[in-house]
Design a protein. Structure first.
Length: 288
């Protein structure tokens, strides 16, 4: 397994919506493709395919991708196609985040695109595939240096901007809001979390999600953490599931830097009562 300091790449990564026309070179694309074949998988049995297109693909994609149908113009687009099955979108998000951080390591900027009509994209680009599109990422080189800030969008009428300062990326959700102690609703004393676990949790908390909504929480126990989904009226089911996969990758990849053996997420319910409200759903658990 290639060694990447994932926590450092997570801190560096910023979504880019303004790219130059410079295409990514053949050497970098080859390295990305090689990394795709050996990177972590959440569900290894699901067959996947990564395809990279140049900027002309935007004309074929049209309004089938991008927030409200507005696709970010970029010199390159990465598409992940996958077999379908249980948790296939979570797996696609997991692998897509691995590729995003590989791009970041290579000095290449990127932005995830919302998929509005996967069937239309498939028909326009790869009509013969038997797989479904799970992820679409625009990538290239940033047109201008953006301020170290992020948008915090609670609703279309409640938008705040936070400056990124200090050794960590600005949290999309504070650990004190993200975490519960053993049961839903019981607060965690964040000061008591040791560094080897705090960094993976911070990585999970700053994970990309639709409009930085972070529609999930984490319940900590002595031996496991459980990821649970909270309802969010602004985020589609597909984007929620992709976001879960992104969060799971960030946690697992950073935790692996502190563990002699890699740990894995499990989708079967843990043998304990998490005290979840009716509208909060269990997603997966991971040994810590």
């Amino acid at each position: 397994m290639e060694y990447i300091e994932y926590f450092e790449e997570i801190k560096k990564h910023q979504s880019c919506r303004d790219f130059t026309e410079q295409a990514v070179g053949a050497d970098e694309l080859k390295e990305l493709q090689e990394y795709f074949h050996r990177c972590r998988r959440l569900i290894p049995d699901l067959k996947m395919e990564m395809l990279v297109y140049n900027g002309t693909a935007a004309d074929k994609i049209g309004r089938a991708a991008g927030y409200n149908g507005f696709l970010v113009s970029a010199p390159n687009y990465l598409l992940l196609f996958s077999d379908t099955g249980d948790h296939w979108l979570e797996n696609a998000g997991f692998v897509g985040e691995a590729l995003t951080l590989k791009l970041t390591q290579l000095g290449i900027d990127s932005c995830w695109m919302t998929i509005n009509d996967g069937s239309a994209i498939k028909e326009a680009l790869v009509p013969d595939t038997d797989k479904e599109i799970g992820v679409l990422i625009a990538f290239g080189y940033k047109a201008k240096e953006e301020k170290l800030a992020r948008l915090d969008i609670k609703s279309p009428s409640n938008v705040k901007m936070h400056k990124r300062t200090g050794p960590y990326a600005a949290p999309k959700i504070e650990l004190s809001d993200l975490l519960y102690d053993k049961k839903w609703g019981k607060p965690v004393n964040v000061d008591l979390i040791y560094r080897d676990l705090k960094e993976p949790l911070l990585a999970l908390g700053v994970s990309q999600s639709f409009f930085n909504r972070q529609p999930y929480r984490v319940i900590m126990d002595d031996d496991i953490i459980s990821l649970v989904a909270v309802p969010d009226e602004m985020t589609s089911d597909s984007d929620i599931r992709l976001g879960h996969g992104i969060a799971m990758f960030n946690f697992q990849a950073v935790l692996a830097a502190h563990r002699p053996a890699d740990t894995q997420w499990k989708f079967d319910a843990p043998d304990r009562d998490l005290g979840l409200p009716e509208d909060v759903k269990f997603v997966a658990w991971c040994a810590i």
